[in-house]
Write a new protein. Structure first.
Ligand code: TYM
Length: 332
């Protein structure tokens, strides 16, 4: 059976970008068609300046929101990364497989390191090695597919390179995974600056729709989205990023195609109204279920406990095999 792994880091409140770029596929397709594991990757949240209490709170909230969005523990495995030691065990072996230059070429590293430095902070070493831990997340489970948004494609490519290199040097150990991107909304853009990704850890929030935004707030953000000069509604990401972003959001929420949807609009106002309606239709049931689940913390704990147990039992044999293959003496 196909194995699927994906993760989400608790560095901020989940956004419409996270939902349309990743979570929606996990809920609607992945958990039904494969042995799917999804993780709240909390160790990744420690790679930038962080507040311990906030990370803890966001880890719980993220897990609860994933369940509210429709992940079903009867169909898939949901767990918290730090509950399964195999991730960090394997990460070290992959650090011994990757090169310094390879890490420094990662786009997200370059962007985030520049941001940290501009803010006067220092860059944590773990920010540089972040993609190695991500590779460990994926390879520990022998995942065939990694459903992610477009911004993670380079990291999955690196994961493939590391797996191939390890296998060539030390014998076949890892399955070579591939990234699977959604056909629309693989990169949802910020509503206020539509040439930048809608990101959960961005400080400026006017262009970000959060999954837990009040309906009025979400509608207001969409109605105030920056559109492009001109008034024609066309899907052209290069020249009309603002309108194209709205068309992609609408298409992803309604199951349409951006270019075809464009033909049915002659004004930005109507497009914004329909996009807001479609987004609210998606958010409403998710928020209702989230409220219910918040009243039952014991349920979320039980899901995460069982998820970690299953994840451990799957990862341990692969990681043990990697320890042997690379030349470490088996533990007594
Ligand atoms: P993270 O937490 O930033 O995002 C989680 C998922 O949401 C997708 N995404 C988006 N998709 C479309 N438009 C957007 N604006 C948008 N913003 C985020 C991301 O592509 C991702 O799929 N490094 C990963 C977490 C991770 C992981 C892994 C993923 C750690 N280990 C192993 C897959 C497999 C990250 O930072 O995602």
């Amino acid at each position: 059976m196909t194995r699927i792994f994906s993760g989400i880091k608790p560095t901020g409140h989940l956004t419409l970008g996270n939902y349309l770029g990743a979570i929606r596929q996990w809920v609607d397709a992945d958990q039904h068609k494969a042995d799917a594991l999804f993780s709240v990757v909390d160790l990744h949240a420690l790679t930038v300046d962080h507040d311990p209490a906030r990370v803890r709170r966001l880890s719980r909230q993220t897990a609860t929101l994933l369940l509210a969005a429709g992940l079903d523990p009867a169909l898939c495995t949901l767990f918290v990364q730090s509950h399964v030691d195999e991730h960090t065990r394997l990460s070290y072996l992959l650090e011994c497989t990757a090169s310094d230059g390879e890490m420094r070429r990662m786009i997200q590293y370059k962007e985030k390191a520049a941001r940290e430095q501009a803010a006067g902070g220092s860059v944590r070493l773990s920010l540089l090695t972040y993609p190695v831990l991500m590779a460990a997340d994926i390879l520990a489970y022998g995942a065939d597919e990694v459903p992610v948004g477009d911004d993670q494609a380079q990291h999955v490519e690196l994961t493939r390179d590391l797996a191939v290199r390890f296998n060539q040097r030390y014998g076949h150990t890892f399955t070579i995974p591939k990234a699977v991107l959604p056909t629309v909304a693989a990169r949802v853009m910020d509503l206020q600056s539509p040439t930048a990704k809608m990101g959960k850890s961005h400080a400026e929030t006017a262009g970000i729709v959060y999954l837990l935004d009040e309906p009025d707030a979400a509608r207001r953000k969409i109605m105030r989205a920056v559109t492009d000069s001109g008034s024609e509604v066309v899907h052209d990401r290069e020249n009309r990023p603002g309108v194209s972003n709205l068309l992609e959001i609408l298409a992803a929420c309604t199951g349409g195609r951006p270019a075809e949807l464009a033909e049915s609009y002659s004004s930005y106002g109507a497009l914004k109204r329909d996009t807001a309606d479609a987004v609210l239709e998606v958010l409403r049931p998710l928020q209702e279920r989230h409220t219910e689940l918040c009243g039952d913390p014991g349920y979320v704990d039980a899901v995460l406990r069982e998820g970690a147990e299953r994840a451990r039992s799957l990862a341990r044999p692969t990681v043990d095999a990697a320890y042997r293959a690379i030349g470490l003496l088996p533990a007594y």
